[in-house]
Design a protein around this ligand. Sequence first.
Ligand SMILES: [Zn+2]
Length: 103
Amino acid sequence: MDSGISITAEKLIDYTAKRASMIASKENLERIVGISSKQMAERAVDRVAFWLAETQNSLLYCKLCNRGPFTKKGLYLHLTRVHRQEIKTMLEEEIKRELKAVM
Ligand SMILES: [Zn+2]
């Protein structure tokens, strides 16, 4: 089960970074995780995305290291290159929490 969580988290990194960067994702969450996990993944992504970025005067900053300002695309690239592992760990924690709530 842990490897399943890790795989799901890995798949959600890019989607979460896009959400945090306010880039509309062309990918459908349902296609990434499957319909049965869609709502669970949605909640996990929302919570993690909230911790990744903040907006000041309509400029985007990275909440993890306070760098910025970034463009949407710049923040997305920053998050996926610099903080990939952190985002994955955060997603894993949130997915575990979601699974516990269900059981
Ligand atoms: Zn950063």
